[in-house]
Design a protein around this ligand. Structure first.
Ligand code: G2I
Length: 352
């Protein structure tokens, strides 16, 4: 081996010089920061929107979006300014995209995806296999036909959006409420048995290998019989190599179903199985300081779990919420920021 011992006096290559310069700048920034000087050409200013503040924490902050409101200026302006991820609220559901067998209509969902993509937002796909908002023809099929219809639905929808969806809710709400930990009755469960979830995830992986595949549910936000059942499913999938990348915690809260004290511990135990966790449909009924504190606690729990990769609130404004009378969101009907908005922004490390 020939080793050169000559010391070159030529100027360092450009990349080394610029690295040295960056090191110097960083060093000076460190000294200034240590001296309490923070406003170094604006770089240290706190982010002033939810999406930007979440991005500084390596996360996204999204909203459920309804295509029919995109033409309303206050709605679009709030969405575009504050959020960096969109979830179609109803437009990707089975009854919206395949009302008639093997005839697909993507118009409304495409509107949301195009809106998001042209503004650099991510898109969550919601949802492929769910017992609700399911056209009647699906429930009328025999087992063999249902299996092929389920796989066809997953294939066609995922292929249409291939490369455009960061995470898909592949299966939604497959477990019962209460203490049984049992599966919920649905055409899929009743005719295909427990294996339908595994089959849906395997089909989804092949249809768009780049999309993260999530199981999504509600009342699984704390440690309880239902979340234990989902936990066991995910643990089994990971042990057997069944593809699953993430678990969605819907997080619909109100006084009857408050933010659980073990919310963070629950997110953490799922993350420890080797999946990402996402807060997918957050809304918290209430108002004022109480609502703001609840929102803040949810955001802090996500930030405390490194694999909690993002938060989606289930709507932009209270007036279009699925439970508008509970005023569960961050903007009121006039798109005015509520105390809950400010609490979320500040929990994310931003300031308005
Ligand atoms: O129910 C709250 C959410 C629970 N998790 C799954 C989510 O997909 C679900 O979202 C809600 C939508 O926010 C509602 O907007 O799902 C509901 C249906 O299960 C949606 O409501 C439906 C109405 O019931 C229909 O009458 C209406 O035609 O929205 C439809 C489209 O506007």
């Amino acid at each position: 081996m020939v080793m050169s011992t000559s010391i070159s006096h030529a100027p360092a290559p450009r990349h080394r010089r610029s690295r040295a310069r960056s090191a110097l700048v960083l060093g000076m920034a460190g000294l200034l920061a240590a001296a309490g000087v923070t406003a170094l050409s604006g770089t240290a200013e706190a982010a002033s929107t939810l999406g930007a503040a979440a991005a500084e924490k390596g996360r996204y902050f999204g909203a459920a979006v309804a295509a029919q409101h995109l033409g309303e200026s206050g709605y679009a302006a709030t969405l575009n300014t504050e959020f960096n991820s969109s979830t179609p609220e109803n437009e990707m559901k089975w009854d919206a995209v395949e009302r008639t067998r093997n005839s697909f209509t993507f118009g409304a969902a495409d509107q949301i995806v195009n809106h998001a993509q042209s503004r650099g937002m991510k898109v969550r796909g919601h949802t492929l296999v769910w017992h609700s908002q399911l056209p009647g023809w699906v429930g009328g099929l025999g087992a063999a036909d249902l299996r092929s219809a389920m796989n066809n639905h997953i294939n066609k929808v995922m292929q249409h959006y291939k490369g455009k969806i960061h995470s898909w809710d592949v299966v939604n709400e497959a477990f019962q409420d209460g203490n049984s930990g049992a599966r919920r009755s649905s055409p899929f469960q009743d005719k295909l048995g427990d294996g339908f979830i595994e089959e849906a995830f395997r089909t989804a992986r092949a249809a768009d290998p780049a999309a993260k595949l999530c199981y999504n549910d509600y009342n699984t936000d704390g440690i309880n019989a239902k979340s234990n059942a989902v936990y066991n499913l995910v643990r089994d999938f990971k042990a057997r190599g069944v593809p699953i990348d993430c678990v969605g915690f819907q997080s619909h809260f109100n006084s009857a179903s408050p933010v659980p004290g073990d919310y963070q511990a629950n997110l953490k135990r799922f993350a420890d199985l080797g999946v990402d966790v996402q807060i997918t449909e957050l809304d918290i009924e209430g108002s004022g300081t109480a609502q703001a504190n609840n929102y803040s606690n949810v955001v802090k729990a996500c930030l405390a779990v490194s694999r909690c990769t993002g938060i989606t609130v289930w709507g932009v404004t209270d007036k279009y919420s699925w439970r508008a009378s509970g005023t569960p969101l961050l903007f009121d009907g006039n798109y005015t920021k509520k105390p809950a908005y400010h609490a979320v922004l500040s929990a994310l490390g931003g300031s308005g």
